[in-house]
Design a protein around this ligand. Structure first.
Ligand code: SF4
Length: 299
């Protein structure tokens, strides 16, 4: 595979977003805790234009030094595909999660195509499995590429509430909930293994109808992950102002989880979809109650 030399454009504005292209020094972040179910996290962008108000990444050290609020800047890692290609020897029998610190299909991906180009590299790594996790129907622009992975790839769609008015408050720059359902349906109809991630769990209107909607989308799996915040987290005020503090109550989470357990058979309820006939060498640990999830933070 050959790459054209990347050139760094100066910072620019994309709508109200400050875009600062950068050369990354690393691209594969090892995840040593097997409970997460993947070996490497891969983020083609630093920062995230979705700017979810609860996002745990906003407190990461590499997010703090940037000017402006979380969600107002993004640094595309212009050399991500080249770096990934140079690191491909690490990926034998590995599982890659895209992405734990950004949304790989945030709006800039329409222009920068870094996620797509990283996927093109991963496609050439025949023993590597991939989990793409997003909130955006923009993932559909790569449907043909995703299908080319066959059973080596699964897509997780985060749909943390059944109520788009909740989404408008909490994830104001992320795509509307109905558009995510439509994306799940098209992915599943296209033969992609889809997991609905009710994570981090937000206020839910009707848990049973929510679970039935997930099932009707054609998703193979679903899971529910709670939100944990730091003591001084300003998101507490958002929850309090809207009467949503109940989502921090373990009983509330358990009630939603039970609705999903009734709808999705137990053996299907995994943290992320397992490729349908994955090589036995890559085992997916079944999540255990009380263990941290991608969206759980220890407060
Ligand atoms: S989409 Fe994910 S990474 Fe982006 S702001 Fe929301 S929670 Fe954070």
């Amino acid at each position: 595979m050959t790459f054209l030399p990347s050139t760094l454009a100066p910072p620019s504005l994309f709508k109200d977003l400050l875009v600062e292209p950068e050369e990354a020094r690393s691209i594969l972040r090892p995840q040593k805790d097997e409970r997460y179910g993947f070996g490497f996290a891969l983020s083609p962008y630093r920062g995230c234009g979705h700017g979810c108000r609860y996002c745990y990444v906003r407190e990461y050290p590499n997010a703090l030094h940037k000017p402006g609020e979380w969600g107002q800047w993004v640094a595309p890692k212009m050399n991500a595909p080249e770096l990934l290609w140079s690191q491909r020897h690490k990926l034998h029998d590995a599982r890659v999660f895209m992405a734990s610190a950004t949304d790989p299909y945030q709006p800039l991906e329409r222009q920068y195509r870094l996620t797509r180009r990283c996927l093109e590299v991963l496609l050439l790594c025949p023993t590597t499995e991939v989990i793409v996790h997003t909130r955006s129907p923009l993932v559909l622009q790569d449907l043909d590429l995703l299908r080319a992975f066959g059973d080596r790839l699964a897509v997780g769609l985060s749909i943390p509430t059944d109520d788009d008015t909740v989404r408008q408050v909490v994830e104001p720059h992320a795509p509307a909930i109905p558009s995510r359902w439509a994306a799940a349906e098209r992915l599943a109809a296209g033969g992609i293994s889809v997991t609905i991630a009710v994570a981090p769990l937000l206020a839910v209107h009707d848990a049973k109808a929510f679970a039935r909607r997930a099932k009707a989308s054609g998703a193979a799996n679903a899971w529910v992950g709670g939100l944990r915040l730091l003591k001084e987290d300003p998101f507490y005020k958002v929850l309090a102002d809207h009467g949503w503090l109940k989502i921090l109550n373990p009983d509330y989470k358990e009630g939603i989880r039970e609705a999903f357990q009734e709808t999705f058979p137990a053996k299907k309820r995994m943290r992320e979809a397992r490729p349908r006939s994955s090589p036995a060498a890559v085992a997916v640990p079944t999540p255990q109650p009380g263990l941290p999830g991608l969206f759980d933070r220890v407060g």
